[in-house]
Design a protein around this ligand. Structure first.
Ligand code: MG
Length: 472
């Protein structure tokens, strides 16, 4: 008898939202060894192995999170049982694995990571041969294999070769990054930088990038720690308080902080201010357009990004394409429309000349490239952007909270106070004269995300208060 989702959920002791759908906005996520167990990873390995053709070359990697080794081994076993040739890249950033998949001509890959989620989480992300996360349609196919247990289990003589280790990807990846920036000009500036590796894999790449670019390097959280005791894996103004203080004390030209798998880069400017990802994304996109004069005038960013994107880029003849939330949508939009850059408010920056996925170390190198081309400090560069006061809040979804009801209430209350942006069910985004906000359900955590920006602190506080009154 085929297992239903519910019976499987019960069998595996899975709780919460994990198996309503296996995949969220960004792969499968769950609490390690509670939701995301070795059994689940084995089943995922079989399902993913069935999704790829027999004899496919699949590259597997992981970040430093606790449970990574356990999950990789179980997952690998499942892949092998489906007749996949497994290659293991070891501990490295997601963009490094993606770069390795595309350039090493693999048929695909799997990354074991929960990206920015809290330390107790881990996750599994499937990557296609072009190095980009697989589409949700393919994820549904993998889910189907998983839930129906229709796995390809090959004959004993058709099993693939033993797992082959693939060393050296980090060096190849760093070299690939350096090809896109003016190494000589950056070296001459001897920038004083602070790298915050978030205790994870960003430490393996951005430290190298900084050294190669002749920076005076300072470090925080660059020792790998599966328990993330230095700070939470998500780089936010709150989690980066210590890093920002250190950046100020050291008087660095710029600091960069990564999330758990280093596809995001959040910058701290020379005034010690933590800059949100849509602000750095706009600056980097502007820099790429200045230096490369690309024929395409298109950038892509999700609805959750600030309105300053349009406000600033339009003046420079750049058109913004708004996408669904989730970096995969930005990647796919760029591939479809030939855009020259993409970014997210969370610090993901996509530079298609390097690869069509967000890439923390690439963003870092481009920021140094921009800085080296200008006679301005990094704080002055950020000052070119329109001024907004901003705040992002996460509200845990409590029992009995109906998110759809909340969203319609917000919509109703604000529909006459500004332009209602059609986010295609990604949440409610309102753009008013001196403020904008988006209220939405997170795709990776059980929280409601609220991002508000306003011209002036009073307007910001007032908008947040009003929204809170509606939500609670
Ligand atoms: Mg990430």
């Amino acid at each position: 008898m085929a297992l239903t989702r519910r019976s499987l959920q019960r069998d595996l002791g899975l709780r919460g939202n994990l198996l309503k759908r296996l995949f969220g906005t960004n792969g499968v996520r769950g609490v390690t060894n509670r939701e995301l167990t070795a059994e689940l990873a084995l089943g995922m390995g079989k399902a993913i192995g069935t999704y790829f053709n027999e004899k496919s070359k699949v590259l597997v990697g992981r970040d430093i999170r606790a449970g990574g080794d356990m999950l990789v081994r179980a997952l690998t076993s499942g892949l092998l049982s489906a007749g996949i040739d497994v290659y293991y890249a070891g501990i490295l950033p997601t963009p490094t694995l993606q770069y390795g998949i595309k350039n090493g001509k693999y048929d695909g890959g799997v990354m074991v990571t929960a990206s920015h989620n809290p330390p107790e989480f881990n996750g599994i992300k499937v990557i296609d041969a072009d190095g980009v996360e697989t589409s949700s349609l393919n994820e549904e196919m993998i889910e189907e294999y998983y839930f129906s247990r229709k796995f390809r289990e090959v004959e004993w003589r058709d099993l693939g070769h033993d797992v082959k280790e693939v060393p050296g990807l980090i060096d190849q990846y760093v070299k690939g990054i350096l090809r896109h920036v003016d190494v000589k000009r950056i070296r001459e500036r001897r920038f004083r930088v602070l790298v915050d590796g978030g205790s994870s894999v960003g430490s393996l790449t951005s430290v190298k990038v900084a050294r190669e670019l002749g920076c005076e390097l300072h470090e925080i959280g660059t020792e790998l720690d599966p328990l993330f005791r230095q700070r939470l894996p998500e780089p936010t103004p709150m989690s980066l308080k210590k890093t920002a203080e250190l950046a100020t004390r050291l008087k660095v030209d710029i600091a960069v902080a990564h999330d758990g798998d280093a596809d995001r880069a959040i910058f701290i400017d020379s005034d010690g201010k933590v800059q949100l990802g849509d602000r750095s994304g706009v600056l980097l996109a502007y820099w790429v357009s200045l230096k490369e004069k690309p024929r395409s005038k298109i950038v892509a960013t999700p609805f959750s990004s600030s309105n300053l994107v349009d406000e600033f880029l339009e003046k420079h003849g750049i058109k913004t394409e708004w996408t669904h939330i989730g970096s995969i949508h930005v990647s796919r939009k760029l591939i479809e429309n030939g855009g020259f850059a993409g970014f997210e408010d969370n610090g993901g920056f996509i530079y298609p000349k390097h690869q069509y996925v967000r890439d923390g170390a690439m963003a870092f190198a481009l920021m140094l490239d921009f800085l080296a081309s200008q006679k301005k400090s990094s704080a002055e560069l950020f000052d070119m952007l329109p001024k907004y006061n901003s705040e992002k809040i996460k509200i845990p979804i409590a029992n009995g909270m109906n998110v759809d009801d909340i969203l319609s209430k917000v919509n109703e209350k604000y529909m006459n106070s500004g332009k209602v942006v059609n986010t295609d069910r990604d949440g409610v985004k309102i753009v008013g004269k001196d403020f904008w906000f988006i209220v939405r359900k997170s795709g990776t955590e059980p929280v409601i995300r609220v991002s508000v920006e306003a011209k002036g602190k009073a307007k910001l506080d007032q908008t947040i208060e009003n929204l809170k009154k509606i939500i609670f």
